[in-house]
Ligand binder design. Structure first.
Ligand SMILES: [Zn+2]
Length: 415
């Protein structure tokens, strides 16, 4: 995690950092002793942040703001308009006409070990611009989807919809969202100035990076994490941590004799802004997906492990629970693993999913911000997560237990 964060740093899909990250991954997998280390081509969308600012107009006060990933620019001279505040996406959907105004969705999220606050808040970031534009708004600003009280704005992907005007979309830091809220309480006609300059460039080549710890049999246990990151920080906890955790686990398995199954490490491209890498892997490995015994994705920060979840064929759930019981003294839950974005195409095809749950209570303080640096991770907690992933992978690699295919009804993509 430190090496990737320090030596490569930010690596948004299609950026110069992305290419450096692919080279770093090949080098690092080889150095770790993985075999058949190679890249697999992925075409990724390219979006760039050029400049961003926001301020209250009278009296002039600068606000900390960041464009959401994929946002268009504001018109020349920026947007200067009154602001209408909402506390949820539903309130915006059911709210008044916003012609000529800026929508402001100020929704706080819960701090929780399982990170559920992020799941609650993310639709605001993803769909806010669509709903605001439907009401006639000329821009949208949201309270950062984060659990911090700080002046670090959180970016993250947003979407537009065909047939709905594309309006600029940005996130205020949580502290400055509070300031804007207090300002509007005092003066409902207060003006906000917003200036965003972004660029969308033609799709570019990137790659998934794949390396194996070979076993004697045909089965493959996939351990994945995403190599790309948002541009603001150094991609340490998201997802340098996952890269470090699965690589450490694979290195552990390399030291075990008589492995019956291959443990395959995949560093996926472009998780943050398209999922292009996950789709490319599923497509390129279509013919060997039936050899994938299970897939595990590590993309939930650097916290300690707090549980293991397994989603298998329903008649294999008890055996799976038994296989993984006792690891790191954490509970094992059968039949409710979610996977993440990168393994969702595999889940859709029935490949069993394993989750090592991590304590995410601090994760969303720095997630997608300039504060995503290695210093925020606790090495002991991250080692605990790594050891847990290692044990899960090792028990499956040394075993001949088949986990079957996920029941048809549970294959829907959770992400
Ligand atoms: Zn991530």
């Amino acid at each position: 995690m430190r090496s990737l964060s320090d030596e490569v740093g930010p690596r948004l899909a299609g950026s110069p950092g992305d290419s450096l990250a692919v080279a770093w991954a090949v080098r690092t997998m080889n150095a770790a002793g993985l075999v058949d280390v190679h890249t697999e081509p992925v075409t990724v969308p390219v979006w760039q942040r050029v400049s961003e600012s926001a301020s209250l107009v009278a009296p002039p006060v600068a606000l900390t703001v960041t464009a959401l990933g994929g946002s268009v620019s504001t018109p020349k001279g920026g947007v200067r308009a009154e602001v209408v505040r909402f506390t949820s996406l539903d309130a915006l959907k059911n709210g008044p006409d916003l012609s000529g105004k800026v929508a402001f969705v100020d929704m706080s999220i819960d701090r929780a070990e399982d990170g559920h606050g992020y799941g609650d808040g993310v639709p605001v970031r993803i769909n806010g611009a669509i709903e605001a534009a439907r009401k006639g708004a000329i821009a949208i600003v949201i309270r950062s989807i984060g659990t911090d009280h700080s002046r670090l704005p959180h970016t993250g992907v947003m979407r537009y919809q065909d047939g709905v005007t594309k309006i600029p979309a940005a996130a205020l830091s949580t502290d400055d969202a509070d300031l804007l809220t207090r300002t509007l309480a005092r003066d409902p006609h207060a003006l906000l100035q917003l200036d965003l300059v972004t660029r969308e460039l033609p799709a570019a080549p990137s790659a998934n990076v794949v390396g194996d710890v070979p076993g004697t049999g045909p089965g493959i246990v996939l351990l994945g994490a995403h190599l790309d990151s948002w541009d603001l920080g150094r991609g340490a906890v998201d997802d340098g941590a996952g890269v470090g955790i699965v690589l450490a686990a694979a290195r552990g398995v390399l030291g075990l004799p008589s492995r019956k199954r291959t443990v395959r490490v995949v560093f996926f491209a472009a998780e943050e802004n398209s999922g292009a890498g996950s789709k490319a892997y599923a497509k390129a490995h279509d013919l060997e997906l039936d050899r994938h015994v299970a897939a595990l994705e590590s993309d939930h920060g650097a916290g300690a492990a707090v549980g293991i979840r397994v989603l298998t064929a329903s008649d294999k759930a008890d055996a799976a629970r038994a296989l993984f019981s006792g690891i790191s003294n954490v509970p094992v839950f059968a039949d409710d693993a979610h996977g993440g974005a990168d393994v969702s195409p595999l889940r859709a095809r029935g490949v069993p999913i394993l989750d090592v749950l991590q304590d995410a209570s601090a994760y969303f303080d720095v997630h997608h911000t300039s504060g995503d640096v290695p210093e925020v991770a606790d090495p002991a907690a991250m080692a605990h997560a790594s050891c847990t992933v290692f044990q899960v992978a090792a028990r499956l690699a040394l075993s001949e237990l088949e986990l079957g295919r996920i029941d048809e009804a549970k294959r829907k993509e959770a992400w």
